[in-house]
Structure formats: structure tokens, C-alpha cells
Design a protein around this ligand. Structure first.
Ligand code: ZN
Length: 319
């Protein structure tokens, strides 16, 4: 299933069945019952659900972009937005990172909602530091399991794996989340490409790590990020980026110097031989997305997630 929120029917084939609500409530880290039911009701209302009398037909998270695996061993992709979670205030509501100061139990609940809705056993992440280090994630993803904690994650700005059922997760709020896959080779990757990481070569590093594991024909998906008209920066910072990666040249909507990191990412991915798919949604302009710059630094994080479906096919989400 592929689609933007605005273009999908209110309840489509991938909407989780009602019994999933019970699985949230009865799981090892249960959500409160009141949330399960109010979430169903508010979700159905927000989506214009036409059958209000049976709101339990809808539960779980609706994504900014979602493509489920089409076969056992296939690749799944998702970009979250800030809707359908449990966090409040500046983190409202689907915050997926603990770095900003959100309550740990909210983070765990949101991570659980996302992984359950996508049908991924393990959602893994890293402590992102605007560098170019790549973490190889094993089958259990134990060291990086976001369900358990957002503390003590290893420092890195990209992840790769060949393990089915492990969701590689990059958290952002203006920077560019990049998901990569060679479906035939069964190799996936994810990268955090802000200005610094992009210029430091994080994309070159993640593509090299994927090729080491057998990837040849790599497709890349660029998720929602701040656009070239919104990302105004001082002239010296802009000129440094433009000199090192000319595609980043941009002018802000105020006529001042700016950086188009999305164009820079697309250019770099093209140079590295990847097929590029772009999302042109701007985090700073869309209220449904977290934006560090727009929200004055105190905000949540949305995520880009890529995973390989189990080869048995048993865990494929029901349709
Ligand atoms: Zn913009």
C-alpha cells in the first residue's frame, strides 16, 4: 500500500483489524485502555471515518508514506508524521526520540504503536551525531532496540542490515531521512543526512557498507525534510555547502542565502549510482510534521523506517 494521508481512503486495506487494539492493551508493555479506545475514536474522526458506529475497524498509526513488502523477503518502507501518538505538548503526538525531553513511557508507547502497526518485531535506532559512521545491525538488533530504551544507543548516522524483521529507524525534524534498499540482494540501509552529515559523506559511507554486503542495484527514498526556501543560513555557511556540493545552492523565500539539503542528497545519491525517489513535503511548512527550526528547537522527531519482510511470509501484515 502506497499513499499520502490526503490520498488514501479513510480506512483502506492496511488498516489494522479491531482485535489489534486488544493486543496493544494486553501486550508486555500495555497501553492504558482509555488510550486504546480514545485513540480509535479520535483517529476515526480525524480521518473522516464514515462508519462512526464501528470505530474499532480502525486502529494504529497512519503514516506520511507507507509501502508494505510485496512478498516474503521484500522491502517495506515508512515515513511517520507527528499524528496518532500519545505524547503531549511540543512532542505531540507521535514523537519517536527521547533526546528532546519527552517522557520515556510516551516514547515506548509510540515506538510500540509504530512497530505493531507495521508488523515489525524489532525497531532499531542509533544516537545520531551528524557524522558518517555506519552501524551494522544483526538479526536481533538488541543493542539498538528502541522499544526498550532510547538511552545508551551507539553513536552513528546510518544503519545497514541483511536481517529480516529488523526495522532500521532514522529520527529527524528537518534533516533528511534516507532509506535505501537492494531488494533482490536483500540488503537495506538508512541514513540521517542533515547538512553536516551530507557534507561529511554519510551517504557514500552507507552505500559502501551496503555494497560490501552484496548490494548492487540500490534504490533510495528521500523522506520529508526542510526545503530550500525555508532553510535559510548565514552566507558563509551557504557558500561552504555550495562549493562542496553545488546542488545545495538555494535562495530562501526572503531572498537570502539558503541550502537545499534535499537537492544535495538527491545529487549525491545519483552520483553514487542509486535510483532516487523523492518526497517533496517540507517539515517547516507542514503542521503535521515535526520541525526543529519552526518549533524553536523544542520538538519531537519523526522517523524513516525500512525493513525486510521475513522470508517465511508468516508475518506479513493482514490486508
Ligand atoms: Zn519549506
Amino acid at each position: 500500500m502506497t499513499g499520502f494521508r490526503s490520498s488514501v481512503p479513510p480506512v483502506s486495506g492496511w488498516a489494522s483489524p479491531g482485535w489489534l487494539s486488544l493486543s496493544f492493551a494486553l501486550g508486555p508493555d500495555p497501553l492504558p485502555y482509555w488510550w486504546v479506545f480514545s485513540g480509535c475514536l479520535s483517529g476515526s474522526t480525524a480521518l473522516g471515518f464514515p462508519y462512526g458506529a464501528v470505530p474499532l475497524a480502525y486502529s494504529g498509526v497512519v503514516f506520511a508514506y507507507r509501502r508494505d513488502p510485496e512478498r516474503p523477503g521484500g522491502v517495506g518502507l515508512a515515513f511517520t508524521d507527528r499524528l496518532d501518538g500519545v505524547s503531549g505538548g511540543a512532542f505531540g503526538s507521535l514523537n519517536l526520540a527521547g533526546s528532546g525531553g519527552d517522557e520515556p513511557q510516551n516514547l515506548r508507547a509510540n515506538v510500540g504503536l509504530v512497530s505493531t502497526t507495521l508488523g515489525i518485531a524489532s525497531l532499531t535506532g542509533v544516537h545520531q551525531v551528524h557524522g558518517r559512521d555506519v552501524l551494522a545491525v544483526g538479526p536481533d538488533g538488541a543493542a539498538t532496540r528502541l522499544w526498550q530504551s532510547d538511552d545508551d544507543l551507539p553513536d552513528a548516522d546510518a544503519l545497514v542490515t541483511t536481517a529480516p524483521g529488523v526495522g532500521l529507524c532514522i529520527r529527524v525534524a528537518d534533516c533528511v531521512p534516507v532509506l535505501l534498499a537492494d531488494e533482490r540482494a536483500g540488503v537495506i540501509g538508512a541514513a540521517h543526512a542533515g547538512r553536516k552529515g551530507l557534507l561529511a559523506g554519510v551517504l557514500e559511507a552507507v552505500v559502501a557498507a551496503m555494497r560490501q554486503r552484496g548490494a548492487a542495484d540500490i534504490a533510495a527514498w528521500i523522506g520529508p525534510h526542510i526545503c530550500g526556501a525555508c532553510y535559510e543560513v548565514p552566507p558563509e555557511m551557504a557558500e561552504d555547502a555550495w562549493a562542496r556540493l553545488p546542488a545545495t545552492r538555494s535562495v530562501s523565500r526572503h531572498g537570502t542565502t539558503a541550502i537545499d539539503i534535499g537537492a544535495g542528497v538527491a545529487s549525491e545519491l545519483g552520483r553514487l549510482g542509486c535510483r532516487v525517489h523523492r518526497q517533496e513535503r517540507c517539515t517547516a511548512e507542514e503542521p503535521s510534521l515535526f520541525s526543529y527550526r519552526r518549533d524553536g528547537g523544542v520538538t519531537g522527531r519523526q522517523a524513516g523506517i525500512v525493513w525486510l519482510a521475513p522470508t517465511s511470509g508468516a508475518e506479513k501484515p493482514s490486508r
